[in-house]
Design a protein around this ligand. Sequence first.
Ligand SMILES: Nc1ncnc2c1ncn2[C@@H]1O[C@H](COP(=O)(O)OP(=O)(O)O)[C@@H](O)[C@H]1O
Ligand SMILES: [Mg+2]
Length: 247
Amino acid sequence: MIQIKKVSKSYVGEVVLNSISCRIERDTSTVLLGPSGAGKSTLLRCINGMVAIDSGEIVVDNMPLSSNLEKLREFRKSIGMVFQQFNLIKRASVLENVLCGRLSYTPVLPSLFTKFTNIDYELACHYLDKVGLYDKRLQRAGQLSGGQQQRVSIARALAQQPKILLADEPVASLDPKTSISILDLLRNIREEEKISLVLTLHNVDLAMKYSRKIIGLNRGRIIAQYDTSNTSAREIDDVYNTYPEVC
Ligand SMILES: Nc1ncnc2c1ncn2[C@@H]1O[C@H](COP(=O)(O)OP(=O)(O)O)[C@@H](O)[C@H]1O
Ligand SMILES: [Mg+2]
């Protein structure tokens, strides 16, 4: 479980997260929903330690996010991340990209020379198979379609064997049909691997379909929280549309 306690973050005088408090339950799918500039990506980055918070606390499975480098490295192992633009090394092979997910398990010296173990290769191939791209493992990542590249980035995150998977607008660069296939894949993986999934999305219908809980963010504040089993899309739409985009 992720506990976010009064978390604040500012950039050069602009308050981006304003005393945010919420809980993200284990083994569930949670969507952060809100207009552009609401602070969704910043909150995800705070959760995985990429962005340091100014105040408050983030606790994952009773382990507080700490500025201690050794602890931070341990902590980040348990959190995988998927991005809108996939963030792959386009000239490297699909397999090499997925192996990058194993780097946090590789001791510092061997990782300089990219010495992966047999277990690393087995895991990378296993997760490539899971996302349906084992046959493409030797192809350059940049040669794949957008949907396939997102599958590679999901395999890379899984190779890290995370407890939590964070996905920042994972389908914003994809067509509607491919978006559904990627969200279906994430849902199946979440159920099979028993991990917690936290997504940022713009679309209320997709948020309803693919999450148990929706956290509505606007201007750095949580404006509403919904349990999707007893809320209608209309209700969420109403609140969402009440707040105009920041930019
Ligand atoms: N690294 C940064 N430096 C300065 N401002 C930033 C940075 N990252 C985000 N911001 C600002 O924080 C606000 C929220 O951004 P973001 O978290 O990306 O929102 P969202 O993902 O909801 O669109 C925006 O006004 C954005 O310009
Ligand atoms: Mg964003």
